[in-house]
Ligand binder design. Structure first.
Ligand SMILES: [Zn+2]
Ligand SMILES: [Zn+2]
Length: 273
């Protein structure tokens, strides 16, 4: 049985102001069909009023509209009825580290996923900004991305770092493996030193790049360092829960990974591959 550590319920009828249980149950039903015994529920941290000013740019500013308490109260109400862990996916923005720490302290999360979605105001996975991949220097994008990822891993704020080679999402040209390999090593070292997990995220197979995050070379480094690994669909709709986990399992094994981990209120569990 798997644990899907990264599931959003924000599409469909669900908003952090209105929480139909029937919507939650659809996620649970698909989980059962795909042998997923538990779900790590997260929302994007930028959806909440309390995150105002913590993320860069107008795109984020417009989205801080829901009270955080609505979300956490709902999950507190249902957490004993469903096999879920209560989490948040929060961006790491180096300049706002203190504010992010204070924001995360507002609730005793079971786990927090750290993400790098932004370099300055450039949203790496925001489709209306994707032209910027063609005007920015790829080496600059990727080195900044891993610099931020290393800082996120070392920040003490997160249990896992998500989709850890996100800039490949649209399939634009990447720096060479020789350029990226030292970044992979430094990033893995930071994760190992701080006991932070690396996420295998199958959502990349649903994106133009059609690849699981992260690249096998990064997973090989993770295996050598015996990092904790989480498994994630990054589903935003029920039908994507646990999707492509067999492919993720195969990739992980090929890269030398022996087990994945599940973070929940009961602690950290290991699931052999
Ligand atoms: Zn994300
Ligand atoms: Zn996500």
């Amino acid at each position: 049985m798997w644990f899907d550590q990264h599931v959003h319920m924000e599409h469909g009828p669900y908003t952090p102001l209105e929480y139909p249980r029937a919507w939650v149950e659809k996620f649970i039903q698909v989980a059962q069909l795909r042998r997923v015994s538990g779900l790590g529920i997260v929302e994007h941290g930028y959806r909440f009023l309390e995150s105002a000013g913590l993320l860069p740019g107008v795109w984020s500013e417009k989205r801080c509209v829901y009270p955080l308490e609505g979300y956490t109260q709902f999950l507190d109400e249902i957490r004993h009825d469903y096999p879920i862990a209560v989490g948040l996916e929060m961006d790491y923005v180096p300049a706002n580290r203190t504010g992010i720490r204070d924001y995360l302290r507002r609730y005793p999360w079971d786990f927090v996923l750290g993400s790098i979605h932004f370099i300055d105001e450039f949203g790496l996975d925001v489709s209306e900004m994707k032209d910027q991949y063609q005007t920015r220097d790829p080496e600059q994008i990727w080195s900044t991305y891993y610099q931020y990822s290393i800082e996120a891993a070392s920040s003490g704020l997160f249990q896992a770092i998500t989709h850890p080679d996100l800039p490949k999402i649209y399939g634009f040209s990447k720096p060479s493996d020789d350029f990226l390999q030292p970044w992979y090593r430094r990033f893995v070292e930071a994760l190992a030193d701080n006991q932070v997990a690396l996420e295998i995220n199958t959502a990349g197979l649903r994106r133009p790049v059609k690849e699981i995050y992260p690249h096998p070379r990064l997973l090989q480094e993770a295996a050598k360092a015996h990092l904790r690994i989480t498994l994630a669909s990054d589903a935003h709709e029920p039908e994507n829960v646990g999707l492509f986990f067999a492919e993720a399992q195969q990739l992980a094994k090929e890269c030398g990974i022996k087990a994945v981990n599940a973070f929940s209120a009961d602690g950290i569990k290991s699931i052999a591959l």
